[in-house]
Write a protein of this length. Sequence first.
Length: 133
Amino acid sequence: GRTIGLATQEKQLARRAVALAQAAVDEEKQPYRVHALGLAQFRAGDHQQAADTLETSMNMLWGAGQNQAALALVYSALQEEATAQKWLTAAKNFRQDKIDSSTKGKVNVLAIDWLALNALIAEAERTVAPIGN
């Protein structure tokens, strides 16, 4: 499901992931499925479509941090670095808010979501150009 979008892939596998994710969304339009579709579209190189899909997932009020980090990657690929940096900053702030509100070192986020959030932020930190460069 959602984890396939966390790693770069060969285009053929990425396109297959898009088809599978689209089928899942068609079956039941859940925000995490829409997010997975957006990530799959990004990995397949469909960057503008990915931006639209991930923003749809954001508007469904799920996975703010994950969507923000994914949007940072997408907008970087679209060479819109200021927008990419804005989304990366938002994702990092989301993560920090979760850390700050943690209880006894445990964040109130599902493990799979926390892993995805941190993996996407790490990738975006390597990818998104700092403002002014």
